[in-house]
Design a protein. Structure first.
Lengths: 509, 509
């Protein structure tokens, strides 16, 4: 399946050598590849250190807001039988969180213990709401080359870059951090195991192409550019058998092969459904979730991808650590061509430009992890703060913040949701804390009735999830915040309901 | 809402007069309009009597095959304790149905009674399977003007005719019988109350327009034709309060207003989502399910539709009963213009041509009901033979054969399914007979993996329905046949599973 579309006769012997993430880690341990530990301070000449600093500030303070919740609530819990509990609790939360709790959640502690599960969920939701509001109002992740990206993409021969990472929270920062791309200009749809929906993608392809025909946006249909679809699978170099992709049993070869199979199905679907040479270009990306180092599989001139022929950004990082940055693009480009030659593969010029850019961008991210996380995240495993479910979540561009299941119904997306609940059973439920689930439906406000339908869909998802996990819901171990957003208006999110304080839409106004 | 988009100043006084279906019936009873009973023998000069004969032959023999099932099984039931029961039963069923029953369903009657519920469902499914095979192999409903319809449509200024009738089985024959159109060239998507999905329709619009841009099919995008979307609501002139549309509480004014609201939302969605004057044309059709007489609301020059201004095919039938057929189109066209003038409405020439054709076509159907059903169906209410659920069912073009819920998931389409189960509770379940449910997913076989996904979706729908109606499922009062079809290959249907004989896919090969 992985090599199904390539011409075997043209493939030289050396292409048969498979280098997996595990191999790389093994080679690093043996000293063949310079180990990350040598460079924990970061500071690669090609890395954009100022960007890294901004991104780190945003990531650390955003996550800190979520991470202090448990500690503060533990602190409050000890005072719950004091006479002045309410004012004491409000004093602490205002100081620590910057917001007060709803009074009705604190009353009556003389007769019943605090509903800490609900309070915890309320705090997570309130923190998420503030986080989302900041994202849309101050644009902390605005990209320095936001305006230039589309022109660059077109210069590579593409008019859209559509990425399906795995739904795993450790890939939620794939676009803005790992690939350093402007999130507004990249389509992201996450699925467990990167196994995106082919029919959904076909619909999106038709819509994109139609707007090119009708409105000449982002470029005219007569321009010979193509839709570029990428799938991003993942693995863990430190704990390959445990912390890889759950959807593929932590088997990185299987993860790559199945993601590639899905890409090829989408491509063939386009080719078979439409005439006149309709096709798309494909890109297969792997990511080591320990350190955000990516590998990009290099397509040949016909766009065919193999599992073996890839360029590893970690290798490039090490090979270029002492070189001059003034020529960074050319250096990375040469390394890419060298790697392609090694496998007898001749990628198109545009694809070389595109991959070169992504590898170079990723060097900044590798440096970021080296500098701020000592070369490997301390949360190598799952550490998501909440589950996101539905359609939307543009504001979530941070690693391990959200397990995100892109789905229209629980009925069809049950597999993705189940993985999320399983993860949160380990993270929260086992410790008596609820899984906070933000249910989301973005809508096009210029279509009459769309908001009402989005609200109805949120409620439908909420109900379906509770029916699927009745025990957790019954015990207060599943709390939900229902959110919609008009994606045409570039608006803030709108909270429409919450299981925590149903009567007043959760106080999340 | 109903008159929301029209210019009130331009509306003359007489437009305020509302004539509902009930009014018409009342006027008929008072003799103002010639009553249907005068013409029960049919034979209107404008009617296509030979077509009617063919359509009746097909309808009557198709339904007879379903309708004899119960009687034959009652007959068999009485022999179940005889020693030669199996051969006796097979003899009778072969003779009556033309097929034998699976032996394993007949064995063991000495120790346990026949599972008549399962046998009944098996027979319904087998009959449906034969019915569908006949439809695709011999094309009994091939339309005499099949090849000319598209040219006619384009001459009216449209490139596609997309109809959403109510899901009610009494409208399942809307395209081929009531409107006398070639079913292959009309898009039909049924929803309870004709309340079609706006987002789904927008996707379809984009797809249709894209193919015009890319492939020039059915005509080039440069041609100034439009997408024509129709909604068809219904009422019952004999029992307006009981046998109208369940989704709108048998209120025909509400049914019309809400269908129109949905049409306008779709139109506005297209206009707001796409530039360059993108729009669609709308048509609102009402049908009296007693006698298949339609009314078409006449849009003004700007395409705006009101609830009051419509032409009633029953009136036209009566007014033209003694006229010469050689000039039928012109006569109906004049009556239409007269009616439009009465309301101060000036429809476009293309719309006049289109409505004229539909009214003239419907005269044949009114005549059909007069001749073969004495002017009013004996099954004024629900008399569906099975429920159809999912995507597809092109082969079902017969009245009251199928309650059809067009849905992708039970989660989103629950309302439509619930109506179907409610109907079958009255028809079957109360009498101890199961609701036979055909679950269907048509797929595009040229997209890799599409068949497997269609099969998986069928299974997912099956499971979701059983979870929604656990008691009925448990008691054997809900039986399912899972069917897929490659709609690209113009293939027969393919049975993939059945609850009746799960181990051998139901014997329906």
């Amino acid at each position: 399946m992985l090599v199904g579309r390539q011409n075997n006769r043209a493939r030289p012997q050396q292409r048969m050598r498979v280098r997996t993430a595990e191999d790389v880690a093994h080679r690093q341990r043996k000293g063949v590849v310079p180990a990350a530990s040598n460079a924990h301070v970061g500071g690669h000449p090609f890395a954009r250190l100022a960007d890294n600093e901004c991104l780190y500030q945003y990531e650390s303070r955003s996550k800190a807001a979520f991470d202090k919740i448990e500690g503060v609530l533990r602190q409050i819990a000890q005072y719950q039988h004091r006479v002045d509990f309410v004012s004491q609790a409000q004093h602490i939360t205002k100081q620590e969180f910057g917001f007060a709790l709803p009074e009705q959640m604190l009353d009556n502690t003389w007769v019943a213990p605090l509903d800490m599960k609900a309070i915890y969920a309320w705090c997570v939701f309130e923190t998420f709401h503030r986080f989302a509001d900041e994202f849309y109002s101050t644009e902390p992740l605005a990209h320095p080359q936001d305006q230039q990206f589309q022109a660059f993409l077109e210069s590579c021969g593409f008019h859209i870059f559509d990425v399906s990472p795995c739904a795993d929270g450790r890939l939620a920062h794939a676009v803005r951090y790992v690939l350093r791309l402007p999130h507004k200009h990249v389509r992201r749809k996450s699925y467990a195991g990167a196994m995106f929906d082919v029919e959904d993608s076909l619909q999106k392809w038709v819509k994109i192409e139609h707007i090119r025909h009708r409105e000449g946006k982002p470029n005219a249909a007569s321009e010979p550019t193509r839709y570029l679809k990428a799938a991003m699978y993942h693995y863990s170099s430190s704990q390959p058998d445990v912390e890889g992709c759950a959807a593929h049993g932590s088997d990185s070869v299987k993860a790559a092969a199945e993601a590639l199979g899905r890409l090829e199905a989408f491509q063939q679907g386009v080719e078979n459904s439409f005439c006149c040479g309709a096709s798309i270009d494909l890109m297969l990306i792997g990511i080591d979730t320990d350190n955000d180092s990516i590998r990009i599989h290099i397509p040949d001139a016909q766009g065919r991808i193999s599992g073996e022929c890839f360029i590893d950004a970690g290798d490039v990082y090490n090979q270029t650590r002492h070189l001059n940055a003034s020529n960074d693009l050319a250096i990375v480009g040469d390394l890419l061509k060298e790697k392609a030659n090694e496998f007898g593969v001749q990628p198109s010029d545009g694809m070389v430009r595109m991959i070169t850019r992504l590898i170079l961008n990723n060097i900044s991210q590798i440096d970021y992890v080296r500098k701020y996380f000592k070369g490997s995240y301390s949360d190598v495993g799952h550490q998501e703060r909440f589950i996101g479910m539905g359609i939307g979540f543009e504001e979530v561009q941070l690693r391990n913040l959200t397990y995100f299941a892109y789905l229209k119904t629980v009925e069809q997306g049950a597999k993705d949701l189940d993985v999320g609940i399983k993860i949160f059973t380990g993270l929260n439920i086992k410790r008596g804390l609820p899984a906070p689930v933000v249910i989301r439906y973005d809508y096009h406000g210029n279509v009459p009735g769309a908001r009402d339908r989005a609200v109805a869909r949120c409620k439908c998802l909420d109900l379906a999830m509770r029916q699927r996990f009745p025990e957790q819901a019954e015990k207060g171990l599943l709390h939900t915040l229902l959110v919609v957003r008009d994606c045409n208006a570039d608006n803030k999110i709108e909270v429409v309901a919450s299981s925590v304080t149903p009567e007043d839409t959760g106080g999340h106004h």
